[in-house]
Design a protein around this ligand. Structure first.
Ligand SMILES: Nc1ncnc2c1ncn2[C@@H]1O[C@H](COP(=O)(O)OP(=O)(O)OP(=O)(O)O)[C@@H](O)[C@H]1O
Length: 218
């Protein structure tokens, strides 16, 4: 199992009382499969995604990434696990404006020492970016920028890809096209995809979907 979440709870300290956002969430995600998480605004979707990325602490329960229990790791070990196995894609593409698309795509893989130029080129081809590699992010459309962000995320060959409203800035046609490519690529590369979305249409494209309500998923 790439991601296991068991009875996880999470509260944020409030001014007077603690707000319990997650009240016992459990789910499993295996290699090469995709899971959509839907839920009302404020239901805790981003909170859960951040926990799955080992970016924040949970109060109780356990999260495992590739069999490693997060509760047993210190911050440095979590950062190392993240670098090796986890990639993130957000609604804001978060490309580096001063780097061209080729360098943006290679950035995280180079930092982690895992850059594979042939795989990077294949991702660029598949995502329709081969002719745009010398351009800078501001010279690309929103859909092209998001495809570059996806190429960058997959260039590290992550075991787990976490996506928070990845096509939230795109129109419906671009959004569907980008999602189809992302799903093809994660299936091919055996990456597990955990994706937060408000869109029913997008949620239906994934293998499974869960809805977060009142701090639990069903
Ligand atoms: N750092 C924080 N400190 C305190 N409360 C927080 C913090 N982050 C989130 N919250 C609260 O936790 C709840 C869940 O927030 P979260 O961002 O996970 O929801 P969401 O389902 O992703 O919402 P949206 O769909 O609007 O992005 C909200 O009530 C939010 O106000």
């Amino acid at each position: 199992m790439v991601l296991t979440i068991r009875d996880v709870t999470k509260s944020y300290p409030g001014q007077t009382v603690e707000t319990a956002v997650l009240r016992g969430v459990s789910l499993d995600l295996s290699a090469g499969t995709s899971l959509a998480l839907t839920g009302d605004s404020g239901s805790g979707k981003s909170t859960l995604l951040h926990l799955a990325a080992a970016l924040d602490h949970f109060d109780s329960g356990e999260i495992g990434i590739d069999g490693v229990r997060l509760s047993e790791l210190g911050d440095g070990q979590k950062a190392a696990l993240r670098r090796r196995h986890v990639s993130l894609v957000f609604q804001q593409f978060n490309l580096i404006p001063s780097l061209n698309i080729e360098k943006n795509i290679a950035l995280h893989a180079r930092l982690g020492g895992t850059w594979d130029a042939a795989w990077g080129q294949r991702l660029a081809d598949r995502l329709g970016l081969s002719g745009l590699l010398g351009r800078y992010p501001e010279q690309l459309s929103g859909g092209q920028q998001q495809r570059a962000a996806i190429a960058r995320a997959l260039a590290v060959r992550p075991k787990l890809l976490l996506a928070d409203e990845p096509t939230g800035n795109l129109d419906e046609a671009a959004s569907t096209a980008v999602m189809e490519l992302m799903l093809e690529l994660v299936r091919e590369s055996g990456t597990a995809l955990f994706l937060v979305t408000h869109s029913n249409a997008i949620a239906q494209m994934l293998d499974r979907r869960l809805h977060l309500r009142h701090g639990t998923v069903s």
